[in-house]
Ligand binder design. Structure first.
Ligand SMILES: NC(=O)c1ccc[n+]([C@@H]2O[C@H](COP(=O)([O-])OP(=O)(O)OC[C@H]3O[C@@H](n4cnc5c(N)ncnc54)[C@H](O)[C@@H]3O)[C@@H](O)[C@H]2O)c1
Length: 393
């Protein structure tokens, strides 16, 4: 048994993210020297048979069927929220009041109003918190951040980003229920804006600073779907596609696009940034490669280089295998847990905190508002967000 200080995890929700997080908690101490050892104390879900099977598969010590009971337990240190977006605020606020450490899936909330209440709750309680915007922790994306912060790109002119999928083109696909809650506006808050563009916005502001104004358009291509829970045909309230233009506080211009109607694309998250001395490009389908153009290279040899981010001096990679071998999607969650536990060792929250994620929420809300009004809209973003104050202990 590990001699490290134990951190007893209470996981809420055992779907896709419940699996990625459980895997990360199990692996983190094998690969990262961090001051805490996560203990899979309890998992909470409403279906008794399924939650028991999940607990057995991943090694959770116990199960709960009501998240309120999980939060009330004295033997739980941290609540990890892996439920659909409509429950993030209620669970997080209750967990903060109970003094629990909180890890919450993205988007922070369905609206800025919900997000503000969540930030208030964690700040009033002084609890450590984080939001799982895991793409920041793809080694190639972290390397992009290091290059940009070093000033090597010079003045930034452009940022462009997309997140393309094609899985909802079928009109027979219902809305609501496990996984399909994403198509139900009441559960999700919005469509691709909160689900996919939120990732693009979080990474964009992390790399290039605050977004100040936006102008957007959205479309709902399939207007009605059967609801999986009620079995009634109901109006679809989410945005199936969204495109927006933006201005960053540093004067650069941006184009963002997301859709679930780009036939042929499974999850093409891509970004490019252009500065006066260089450019960087990255995409999720080739996530271990960073494309980099340096205008200061000797002119005859100048060109885009494709950096295989797998060497031990590149972000996170010394903790894994040998140079030249790749890691993947699940490792981004291990990195997030590792950074979270390292920060916890100093009593701090690892970025992005609730406060950081609220700034992303402000951009999402401004995008949806602009799509309705047809007007350029101010986001009200404060960047960098003031970090959450240190925890009580
Ligand atoms: N970071 C990422 O890249 C990423 C990827 C996918 C999803 N997400 C986010 O993670 C969250 C969960 O998404 P998912 O894909 O895992 O969804 P999912 O549908 O696969 O799983 C959701 C789980 O929550 C459970 N649940 C719902 N209401 C509950 C309640 N009241 N009490 C207990 N359990 C409840 C469901 O039974 C299910 O097990 C969402 O906020 C989503 O936006 C993030």
């Amino acid at each position: 048994m590990s001699k490290k200080k134990h951190l007893n995890i209470g996981l809420v929700g055992y779907g896709l993210m419940g699996r990625t997080h459980s895997n990360a908690y199990r692996k983190v101490n094998n690969f990262f020297d961090v001051p805490f050892a996560p203990v899979l104390k309890a998992v909470c879900g409403r279906d008794a048979a399924k939650v028991k099977a999940f607990a057995e598969n991943w090694g959770y010590e116990s199960v709960e069927s009501d998240w309120r009971k999980l939060i009330a337990r004295k033997d739980i240190d941290a609540i990890d929220i892996c439920t659909p977006n409509d429950s993030h605020a209620e669970i997080a606020i209750a967990a903060a009041k109970a003094g629990k450490i909180i890890l919450c899936e993205k988007p922070l909330a369905r609206t800025v109003e919900e997000g503000e209440r969540m930030v208030e709750a964690v700040e009033a309680a002084g609890v450590v918190n984080t939001v799982w915007y895991n793409y920041r922790r793809v080694p190639a994306v972290t390397l992009a951040k290091n290059i940009i912060d070093s000033g090597r790109l010079g003045k930034i002119f452009h940022y462009r980003s997309c997140f393309l999928q094609d899985w909802t083109i079928n009109a027979d696909l219902p809305q609501g229920g496990t996984a399909l809650w994403r198509l139900d506006v009441n559960a999700a808050g919005s469509g691709v804006t909160g689900d996919l563009l939120a990732h693009c916005i979080d990474t964009a502001m992390w790399l290039n600073g605050g977004i100040s104004t936006v102008t957007a358009m959205t479309e709902t291509f399939i207007k009605e779907r059967k609801h999986q829970l009620t079995q009634k045909v109901e109006k679809v309230g989410i945005d199936d596609a969204c495109a927006f233009l933006a201005r960053f506080g540093n004067g650069s211009l941006a184009v963002f696009e997301s859709t679930r109607y780009a036939r042929g694309h499974k999850a093409l998250y891509a970004l490019e940034i252009n500065g006066e001395n260089g450019s960087i490009g990255w995409d999720l389908h080739d996530q271990h490669r960073l494309n980099f153009f340096d205008y200061k290279d000797e002119s005859q040899l100048r060109g885009w280089r494709s950096i295989h981010v797998s060497d031990s001096d590149q972000p996170y990679m010394k903790n894994w295998w040998i140079p030249g071998t790749q890691i993947g999607y699940e490792h981004t969650f291990v990195h997030q847990v590792a950074d979270f536990l390292a920060a916890l060792g100093t009593g701090n929250s690892a970025a992005p905190t609730f406060k950081d994620a609220l700034e992303t929420q402000k951009v999402c809300d401004a995008v949806l508002s602009s799509a309705k009004s047809g007007q350029w809209t101010k986001t009200g973003v404060n960047w960098p967000a003031k970090s959450t104050r240190s925890a009580k202990s």
